[in-house]
Design a protein around this ligand. Structure first.
Ligand SMILES: NC(=O)c1ccc[n+]([C@@H]2O[C@H](COP(=O)([O-])OP(=O)(O)OC[C@H]3O[C@@H](n4cnc5c(N)ncnc54)[C@H](OP(=O)(O)O)[C@@H]3O)[C@@H](O)[C@H]2O)c1
Length: 230
């Protein structure tokens, strides 16, 4: 059991955004717009995690999971006593995730966080090592309860790879500890384009406050590392 004093995993959001704060274009295309330095940064963060958490819409858009493939990072995981790949955890209210996605052919452990209706979608079907059902009265996934469950299942550190709806829910539930945002040199615009934190938003008074830990510039990109203040 890897539970810490929080009773849930330490969770770090890792996202790339345009200079105007969008994580995709207005059509929500899965275009990867970060540089090779950003991809390496993302893989490094994934390699530090026991689990990688993502929203179902991001998976439906992108189709695959971010695996650890760099030999040094695989070696680092071995030294740390971790399995080669973190568990890929997908959060879905509906459970409607096309089984033909390449994700289901990747050599990674897969867990589904869902509702009763979502679990029904997968009844009698392979695809997931575990299906965790944690439902609120409103029919959402109970994200705080889910995080506690993940800690009980031995996950000490999570990388949260978006999208904006899932991150908003986790922030509102007080389940995010750190954020890495890569500011990329392009502008998407568009009021329908997703941002790092969508959902209903926070009032000025309730807005989670961040502490800037680190700023790195690599060529045209800026890597911002924040800690969420408690
Ligand atoms: N630039 C980047 O670094 C980056 C990273 C990731 C994603 N993206 C982009 O972000 C976009 C997707 O973001 P998004 O905000 O639309 O979606 P998202 O957060 O990836 O996924 C939303 C879906 O997740 C499930 N979900 C989220 N919170 C839930 C809760 N509390 N309870 C139950 N289910 C919950 C629901 O799944 P169901 O619909 O299955 O019920 C919901 O429709 C895509 O365009 C993707 O390409 C960009």
């Amino acid at each position: 059991m890897r539970e810490n004093h929080l009773g849930r995993p330490i969770a770090t959001v890792v996202l790339a955004m345009s200079a105007d704060g969008k994580i995709s274009d207005a059509t929500r295309s899965p275009t990867l717009f970060g540089s090779s330095a950003d991809k390496a940064h993302l893989e490094t963060q994934v390699a530090l995690a026991d689990g990688v958490l993502g929203g179902a819409a991001s998976l439906r858009a992108g189709g695959t999971a971010m695996r650890v493939s760099t030999p040094e990072l695989l070696q680092q995981r071995t030294v740390q006593g971790k399995p080669p790949q973190p568990v890929q955890i997908i959060c879905s209210r509906s459970g409607k995730i096309p089984p033909m996605l390449p994700f289901f052919r990747q050599n990674v452990p897969r867990w589904l966080l869902t509702t009763n209706a979502g679990a029904k979608e997968w009844e009698g079907q392979p695809g997931w090592e575990r299906i965790l059902v944690l439902e609120t009265a409103q029919g959402d996934v109970d994200l705080l309860a889910a995080m506690h469950q993940l800690a009980k299942l031995g996950l000490g550190r999570l990388a949260v790879l978006g999208g904006g709806e899932l991150v908003a829910g986790l922030l509102a539930a007080g389940c995010i500890d750190e954020m890495w945002l890569t500011v990329c040199p392009l502008v998407f615009g568009g009021k329908e384009a997703p941002t790092p934190v969508d959902g209903g938003g926070f009032s000025l008074h309730q807005a989670p406050r961040l502490q800037l830990q680190e700023v790195k510039r690599v060529e045209q990109e800026v890597f911002l590392h924040y800690r969420v203040q408690r």
